[in-house]
Design a protein around this ligand. Structure first.
Ligand code: PNS
Length: 171
């Protein structure tokens, strides 16, 4: 029996929702809230990826997500460096949640899920389809729109919109 299935009835179920979150969007928020309805605890794991040049620092991204979920004790926010699988093993977590918006997301996600399962067979990736309303929303599109003076109020939480405005007013 796999590690995931071998759980006692009183053990909390923990899911890790990893990503860049540069910045967190309404699509992410929807997936995190829906995950929290299924799992006892959802850890939003912000990747500290040196290769990318993000708009927000990891600390800024963490603070924004913390503020958005300040009223939800089920949602914890952390950061990780290196392999996601190592982070899950260290956290004794067995589930990765990833969102799928469109078929175009699938190839990369499928590859990553298979690689992660090869690295750690006891850890499963659960895919959630994004809500129909948010299939077109991505952090990249939010940044592009905001950088050109577009209105992103439908795409991000008001607290995040404020931070984006500050970022682009400084550039
Ligand atoms: O929000 P994103 O950019 O789609 O998130 C991608 C992320 C950070 C979840 C993914 O790149 C990741 O897990 N990076 C850590 C390195 C790793 O474990 N890669 C997969 C196996 S090679």
């Amino acid at each position: 029996m796999s590690q995931f299935l071998d759980k006692t009835p009183h053990q909390n179920s923990v899911a890790v929702f990893p990503g860049s979150f540069d910045p967190v969007t309404v699509g992410h928020i929807d997936l995190i809230e829906r995950s929290a309805a299924v799992f006892d605890e959802v850890i939003v794991a912000v990747a500290c990826n040196q290769e990318k040049t993000p708009l927000f620092t990891v600390d800024e991204r963490i603070d924004m997500i913390k503020n958005v979920f300040a009223q939800n004790p089920q949602v914890k926010i952390e950061t990780f460096k290196g392999l996601l699988i190592n982070y899950l093993v260290n956290r004794d977590a067995h589930v990765i949640i990833r969102g799928l918006r469109a078929v175009s997301d699938f190839e990369y996600e499928f590859q990553m899920a298979l690689m992660n399962r090869k690295l750690a067979p006891g850890i499963e990736t659960f895919f959630m389809t994004s809500s129909a309303l948010y299939t077109y929303v991505s952090s990249r599109i939010v940044k592009e729109l905001a950088s050109l003076g577009g209105d992103v109020s439908d795409l991000v939480h008001p607290l995040v919109e404020k931070e984006i405005k500050i970022k682009y007013s400084c550039q």
